[in-house]
Write a protein of this length. Structure first.
Lengths: 338, 338
């Protein structure tokens, strides 16, 4: 690998053998409801806290993924997962349920692609097989931790985003059928000095642009080769900012093929301000809707640019700016390779 | 790699080209003071919050490591790091300062070895070079987040441990001189149903034992081959529990070669209850004291078993047990290999 490059090329094409997604009642009323494996009517998922409900979402996504892959949980060689909650608590407990060796990762809402990148690296380098990766978020758990309990009824500005209640998981194998991972570009922390936690899409947009540019530079790919380039949760405002920046940097991108998970998941009638967000956002959209479309032959090659705002309530209170990051993973299916 | 195995064998022997450690005033009065690169007289490190002080500790460890390796910071290809503070805030800001592509990891006090394992995997698989890894903790920042602000003056039982104020960093390269990483055994979540956050050593001991047993099973190593097997921060109580368990499981271990970082760092006259702990504990002891001793020829082969208690204040308040984990990394220097 060349000095200065930050893209891993996966020559052995680790296969995403199976995926599963779970969601809550709000997601069940969204545009992508049909793409979920499990949808809960109850935001509590039968638990007595939202954090435990979040654990259930990830646990179910993990277990359903292994069922779909016809792999028993004792055959899972590694788990790589994360979420937004302090100390990754719900993820730690879900990993306990699975019982496999576990690497906790944190990249805020970019976590799903951080996990997929590391998982693909493990499988590609023949350092493991049956690697399970996933990410989860729960709206009420995140609201309580980062802002106010939802019961408080705090008002939000239109730049705010709506944390997805949902989990997505994927099982990576050395061989098998399914979409496969071809590369991953690791993000660096980009901080443009923004401080408004109710406009995270705007703060994260420069990180997405930085990673897309690095991906092009490292791989020499023409972005037109992708049938879809999808950011994680920039939302309306972040997407507009990123398009402006890409144009300023002379990066040609076809706007119709440049989407955002946070703008895909909910319906027009659902009041989600600038769009969906949260660790679970790109996880459910990619591991559910988008891979389903790939398998149906609607996309052959996509680039997922998951974005994360690495702030904490404390860093905000201490007057710090919002450091952001974006990890990109390219996934292919069909065509000459299959 | 065989099914069920959880140990990576690094045939290309990634080299730890340089390391650096930083510490606070309490560590400056400890037994390993001479092994630190930078020691601060001021617990605030000139900052206006303990979290920012924690950022400074890691930033300095990162920068000093690159200086010692004679590598400019733009040559750092990846950073893999983590800590205990919510959303890894101090680490995110330190990664921003370095500017390199960054993977945030979380394994509580096992984080240093989680980072070293992933870093070695990247270098071993030729997916990167000049990979910087590190971990940090700050006593006052951790106390405030997990228990009470130290100013409150809460009493502690003798089973409690003392969070280290310090950071350790290491630079991994494909070639070079220095100790090299030969294998890593990834931990799984082990939870024996303990709930006392003031006895984390006891809770973590079974995780350490589980990982040591897996390491022996996967590699076929005779534990006697190690000049030192060092756990992260089991402390007095956890060390005793782990020795009992190893004996029960018929794992032969030479007690005189079985040490704990948390028991090495402070002097007899320092009141640290059952011993040191925190993400920074194994990071400063391994990247400072132990690698210094390896370079002096005092150890040829060591196994670091960093332990982590994956609890959060919320999971404790919600009556959950303490899920624990331990990641082991073997490091060698000198002998036939050099």
């Amino acid at each position: 690998m060349l000095q200065g490059h930050r893209t891993w090329i996966f020559k052995n094409k680790p296969v995403i053998t199976a995926t599963a997604t779970t969601g809550g009642p709000f997601e069940a009323r969204g545009k992508l409801a049909d793409d979920f494996d499990i949808l809960h009517e109850d935001l509590w998922m039968g638990q007595d806290s939202y954090e435990k409900a979040e654990k259930v979402l990830l646990e179910e996504a993990f277990l359903r993924t292994t069922e779909k892959a016809n792999v028993t949980k004792d055959k899972v060689q590694f788990i790589i997962a994360g979420n937004l909650i302090n100390q990754l608590t719900p993820v730690n407990f879900a990993a306990r349920t699975l019982g496999a060796p576990y690497l906790g990762v944190f990249g805020a809402c970019s976590t799903a692609m951080e996990g997929l990148a590391i998982g693909a690296l493990i499988v590609n380098s023949q350092s493991g097989n049956n690697v399970l990766t996933g990410a989860v978020s729960h709206n009420a758990a995140a609201e309580r931790q980062f802002r106010y309990p939802t019961e408080y009824g705090g008002q939000k500005p239109p730049t705010a985003q709506w944390t997805v209640t949902g989990a997505g998981a994927a099982l990576l194998t050395a061989k098998g059928n399914g979409p496969y991972v071809t590369s991953a570009t690791i993000g660096r922390v980009v901080d443009m000095g923004l401080t408004d936690p109710f406009n995270m899409g705007g703060a994260m947009a420069p990180a997405a642009v930085d990673t897309i540019e690095a991906h092009v530079r490292d791989t020499g790919v023409d972005l037109d080769e992708y049938d879809l380039i999808v950011t994680g949760d920039l939302g309306k405002i972040g997407r507009d900012v990123s398009l402006e920046m890409l144009a300023q940097h002379n990066v040609q991108i076809d706007e119709s093929k440049y989407q955002d998970c946070g703008l895909m998941i909910y319906g027009e009638d659902q009041e989600v301000f600038s769009g969906g967000s949260g660790t679970g956002c790109s996880a459910v959209v990619v591991y559910g809707h988008l891979l389903n479309r790939m398998i149906k032959g609607q996309f052959k090659k996509i680039l997922v640019v998951a974005t994360g705002a690495l702030l904490s309530p404390l860093s905000y209170q201490q007057g710090e700016t919002i450091p952001c990051i974006a990890h990109a993973v390219s996934i292919e299916y069909g065509g000459a390779g299959q």
